[in-house]
Design a protein around this ligand. Structure first.
Ligand code: ADP
Length: 457
């Protein structure tokens, strides 16, 4: 097993990884930017090294500085968390070349699955249904129009190197397609330094279902069932749950089997997620694979009782998965709310600043993953997530009621948060019945005037 791990990340996920390491008796080295000197991950890690200024291009994304820190700190492995360098194949390759274990899949697999059109091809070869669309990047607007005619409107234009919902445009006709094609390319170039886009059929009001996969270095691939992440605003997830209320046993079997087959086909190792869209008729389509730990991994952990971060570390250290598929069961229902420092009453404008008062919920069935504390200042430089509240219970209703209760206890003053919105969602009859799609939030915000207290608490 590793003696010391460098955590190439910040915020809540860095804290999450430190917690796993501490329980496993592994030392941790945090890296941090000048904006994060007082951050929780720096305080909790055994050692910490400053790697540059606030702007992530000069710190958390700076491969040479992270590798230097790893060498100075004499670590055996690097955990990249999510975001930043987590899906950067070059970074994984540099780690491999420096003899530092990258806690994730091989760089070649990251590269392959990071190209969304190559990933779709891999899924197709594994026999999984994929969303109809272009077989690769679309070169120009004429080709785009031709293809859209063939697959039928509406279509969605997506960045080949996409992520975080950026670089996507929906088009209902030739005119909006030509316009969207150019804006999507510009946006993709700006966000990912890669303008390539591809086109696929836009599935109307789908549900977002993803399957958690783990694979060891001996070729064993298992699934930890599914998560549903359809409660999204602008393609950003706000509420996630496991299991999905949309799947019956037969559909669950099919979708998890398809996911395992895709992972096996690419000889996947470590933790990963295979994302699908489910249409109203019960057809599911492969969308993409994320070759890293995901923000919403705790709902799976609480539903099946497996610590995914510890598994990632054990797998990277060469240990075999000590159980079989039949040993993994859905033991209970879990829900997560991502609490962001944003103002839902003001078009979700980011609300960085000092947290004046912070009281986080507890009690039975509640888990809070966060790096925040009273007196902490949320820097404007990074993402706006302040905490993840996860609740679980014997069934879905118990988990939802518990979430309502937990959110009612969560008191954060000084910054605006999404808590009032999530509290309202927990009371929504359609949500409670499990009847929702990715269109839920737009509909919800359009129909209801949610009461937003001045200081969100
Ligand atoms: P990203 O990698 O940027 O997060 P994804 O490919 O995972 O992008 O898609 C994010 C979300 O965008 C999905 O959860 C879904 O809501 C929507 N989406 C993506 N592709 C389609 C599609 N073909 N039809 C309908 N919605 C889609």
């Amino acid at each position: 097993m590793f003696e010391k791990i460098l955590i190439a990340n910040r915020g809540e996920i860095a804290v999450r990884i430190i917690r796993a390491c501490r329980e496993m008796g592994i030392k941790t080295l945090a890296v941090f930017s000048e904006a994060d000197a007082t951050s929780m991950h720096v305080q909790l890690a055994d050692e910490a090294i400053c790697i540059g200024p606030a702007v992530s291009a000069n710190s958390y994304l700076k491969i040479d500085r992270i590798i230097s820190a790893a060498e100075v700190g004499d670590v055996d492995a690097i955990h990249p968390g999510f975001g930043f360098l987590a899906e950067n194949a070059h970074f994984a390759e540099v780690c491999e070349n420096c003899n530092i274990k990258f806690i994730g899949p091989r760089s070649s697999v990251i590269k392959m699955m990071g190209d969304k059109s190559v990933a779709k091809e891999a899924a197709r070869k594994a026999g999984a249904p994929v969303v109809p669309g272009s077989d690769g990047p679309v070169a120009n607007e004429q080709d785009a129009v031709k293809l859209a005619k063939k697959i039928g409107y509406p279509v969605i234009i997506k960045a080949v190197a996409g992520g975080g919902g950026r670089g996507m445009r929906i088009a209902h006709n030739d005119v909006s397609l030509v316009k969207g094609f150019h804006t999507a390319r510009t946006e993709a170039e700006r966000a990912f330094s890669n303008a390539a886009v591809y086109i696929e059929k836009y599935i109307e009001l789908p549900r977002h279902i993803e399957v958690q996969i783990i694979g060891d270095q001996r070729g064993k691939v298992l699934h930890l069932f599914e998560r549903e992440c359809s409660i999204q605003r602008r393609h950003q997830k706000l509420v996630e749950e496991s299991p999905s209320p949309a799947l019956d046993e037969s559909l669950r079997k099919h979708i998890t089997k398809a996911a395992v087959r895709i992972a096996e086909k690419v000889e996947y190792t470590n933790a990963g997620t295979i994302e699908f869209l489910l249409d109203a008729k019960g057809n599911f389509y492969f969308m993409e694979m994320n070759t890293r730990i995901q923000v919403e991994h705790p709902v799976t952990e609480e539903a099946v009782g497996i610590d995914i971060v510890k598994e990632q570390i054990r797998i990277a250290a060469g240990e075999p998965l000590p159980y079989e598929q039949r040993d993994i069961r859905i033991m209970r229902h879990a829900i997560e709310c991502r609490i962001n420092a944003e103002d839902p009453a003001n078009d979700f404008r980011p609300s960085p600043g000092k947290i004046e008062f912070y009281y986080c919920p507890g009690g039975p069935g509640v888990r809070v993953d966060s790096h925040c504390y009273a007196g902490y200042t949320i820097p404007p430089t990074y993402d706006s997530m302040i905490a993840k509240v996860i609740t679980y219970g014997t069934d879905r209703r118990a988990a939802i009621d518990r979430m309502s209760r937990a959110l009612s206890e969560f008191a954060i003053q000084g910054v605006k948060t999404t808590i009032p919105l999530q509290r309202a969602i927990m009371q929504d009859p359609d949500f409670r019945r499990g009847r929702y799609s990715t269109g839920f939030i737009d509909h919800f915000l359009g129909l209801k005037q949610i009461e937003m207290p001045d200081s969100a608490a």
